[in-house]
Design a protein. Sequence first.
Length: 378
Amino acid sequence: MENISMVDLKGQYERIKSEVDFGIQEVINNTAFINGPKVNEFAENLANYNRISHVIPCANGTDALQIALMALGLQAGDEVIVPVHTYVATAEVIALLNLEPVFVDSYDDLFTIDVEKIEAVIGPKTKAIVPVHLYGQCADMEPLLAIAKKHNLKVVEDTAQAIGAEYTFSDGRVMKAGTMGDIGTTSFFPSKNLGCYGDGGALLIADEELAKKAKMIANHGQSVKYHHDVIGCNSRLDTIQAAILDVKLKHLDEYSAARNKAADHYDCELANIKGLTIPKRADNSTHVFHQYTLRVANGKRDQVKEELQAKGIPSMIYYPIPLHLQKAYKKEGCDKGSFEVAELLSEEVLSLPIHTEMLEGELNYITDTLKGIMKKLD
């Protein structure tokens, strides 16, 4: 078996080539490359898809997080709670704004922030929580939002990996990832479930005044040209990327279904393999499988990865070093052993190829090969 990819962007493009090419050509014909009409059109369509009032496009997902925290008016020294098992960008923007990231461990099966451990780290300087909807499903938002309300904290959802996922509350309400807190943020990095052919991001906001402020911040702090009312930045989604995203948005549910089909195959074939733990699917959240992340026990993860690679099967480790052990984020008294689950996950997680173009033969080859490796290592 040859040419197995973690993400097959070329194959995905070829299926929608005529739509994408038309959209790009339309922008070129209009020459409205910056803040062209397609940017607003995509923003409106994404807002409708997510059943939320406002979408503010920006340059990338990291900018989206930064703009969100700026819009909420957090001040230097304020503390922001984040999961310790996540990509660095979540904590990076907090530090860049002279805020203080406060880490919380994760669930060992769902991989998202352990909500039961949040209240223990809330102090007088705590102002916000940034739950990360990791690998494709929502963090447990109902109890998290209750904690935020109790302590008057803002909530910024990082939904870069879970756009399109839905969370069901105990009263039956169903909401999209990124629409439950004060602000949702997402990334359109090419490998994301909704990815462009460069970089991009967006904020999802229900409150009109907050949306206006975020839009100003993303545009040099101005709502009228040359009138700068707040400190801002220059963060915009270019029009060609908006045109591409608008095409792909129409296929997003189809893409999620394809990813779930691949995940179902993995679940069926790998559920009872000694030394492997398949990802748990939350009862109250759908899963869009940005990643299909296993756990490999007994210190054998790296060997399994090497043997898969030798057989032509790529895999990835998200994330090999928890944030509290990263040099840039080390704190006194927060050493190895401080977050046992995240540290164990960093030694055991392994993500298999999963994307919208996976073929049955590829899936069979991957699972048969992995089962053979695990049997050999037993």
